[in-house]
Design a protein around this ligand. Structure first.
Ligand code: ASP
Length: 365
């Protein structure tokens, strides 16, 4: 398709406005980012560098055992080992750093920043990334909490071969009794609520991640994405989160974008980079995100049955302070309750959740 003069002019005008510093502070994040946005805003207002501010924001989630999609307490791989991915981009210096399949370190975002600052590399993975983190004084810790271990065990026990058998459940010779009673014995004090949580996680392997983008009054912008990735993944699987251009992209001339959700789909459309390029050529943050979602839909020939099996969300923050969140589906139904997909933003005052724009409306199952 040829670019008409009108399109070109529109793009140029939008680019000019995007290149103007907004003179305001804005933080944008995934729906689990209320605390991260508040922290990032506080720090940016106090004069902290935008990257340090967003990293400090997501460190809250990384260190929180209750967030089972990021850092400590993140759901593990199929062998019960937590493997973390993260990347950072620093707008003012146009630098980037990333780690993937990192074990035993709670805060992979900090290691990604170290890779950016202290090496001539951009991405480090696995054992090498761990040794690098230890060289900088980071302590190895067990990232599996009792809660995430229970969820993993429940998942192992829920698997069946073609004959309906699973070696991880009570043997044929086991005394009769409910399997949940056996699990309760292994996790003393476990209540119905925790058991229901672990069962739900086992049945619906969750994805989850936090992305946070921060803009200061000087028009400086940075971003971070950090995750424990897909629960029960094959060891060594890497999603989009640590991939510069997929899970995160920042161009200080235009803005930044990030993603959460099924990483495999995002990698195939280089989502964050696509969104930033879309904004460079004049699209609003919302349209830029929706265009990336259309590319994902196109990869499935717009087949809604197949597309309905996953979700993916994009977040965009333009240099002039305009922002958006958009998801493939309008939301999810859980126990007959509709929950809209949301994202977090703070452009002054309190951090708040807003509904994402979406490509497709989720129908009641
Ligand atoms: N994007 C992450 C991954 O694929 C997971 C998620 O955000 O839910 O590893």
């Amino acid at each position: 398709m040829s670019i008409t003069r009108r399109h070109w002019m529109a793009g140029t005008a939008a680019m000019a406005s995007a290149q103007t510093a907004a003179g305001k502070f804005v933080a944008v994040s995934s729906s689990n980012g209320l605390r991260a946005c508040t922290k990032a805003m506080e720090m940016m207002r106090a004069g902290t560098d935008t990257l340090d501010a967003v990293i400090a924001g997501v460190n809250i989630n990384e260190e929180d055992p209750e967030d089972d999609s990021v850092g400590y307490g993140g759901l593990p791989n199929e062998e019960g080992v937590v493997e973390l991915d993260a990347c950072v981009m620093h707008g003012p210096t146009r630098r980037a750093g990333s780690v993937a399949s990192l074990r035993n370190i709670k805060t992979p975002s900090k290691i990604a920043k170290l890779v950016m600052e202290q090496t001539d590399h951009i991405m480090m993975v696995g054992e090498g990334a761990l040794r690098f983190a230890k060289a900088y004084g980071f302590k190895e810790e067990n990232l599996l909490t009792e809660k995430s271990r229970l969820a993993w065990l429940m998942w192992k026990r829920s698997l069946r071969d073609a004959g309906g058998h699973n070696n991880w459940t009570d043997g044929l010779d086991a005394p009769a009794g409910k399997p949940s009673a056996a699990l309760r014995g292994m996790f003393p004090g476990i209540g119905e609520e925790l058991l229901a949580y672990a069962w739900d996680r086992a049945q619906h392997p969750p994805t989850g991640t936090i992305n946070c983008l921060g803009l200061n009054a000087k028009g400086e912008i940075s971003g971070v994405t950090t995750t424990s990735g897909l629960a029960w993944k094959i060891p060594g699987r890497v999603g989009d989160s640590p991939i510069i251009g997929a899970g995160l992209y920042v161009d200080p001339d235009v803005g930044g974008a990030g993603s959460t959700g099924r990483g495999e789909e995002n990698i195939r459309v280089a989502g964050a980079h696509t969104i930033v390029e879309n904004m460079r050529h004049g699209m609003t943050p919302k349209d830029a995100c929706l265009d990336a979602l259309k590319r994902i839909s196109r990869n499935y020939g717009d087949d809604l049955t197949r597309l309905s099996q996953f979700d993916i969300n994009f977040y965009a923050l333009r240099k002039d302070g305009a922002f958006a969140g958009a998801s493939l589906w309008s939301g999810v139904y859980r126990r007959d309750q509709f929950r809209p997909r949301q994202f977090t933003c703070n452009d002054g005052g309190k951090s708040r959740l807003e509904n994402c724009a979406f490509l497709y409306e989720r129908k009641r199952p």
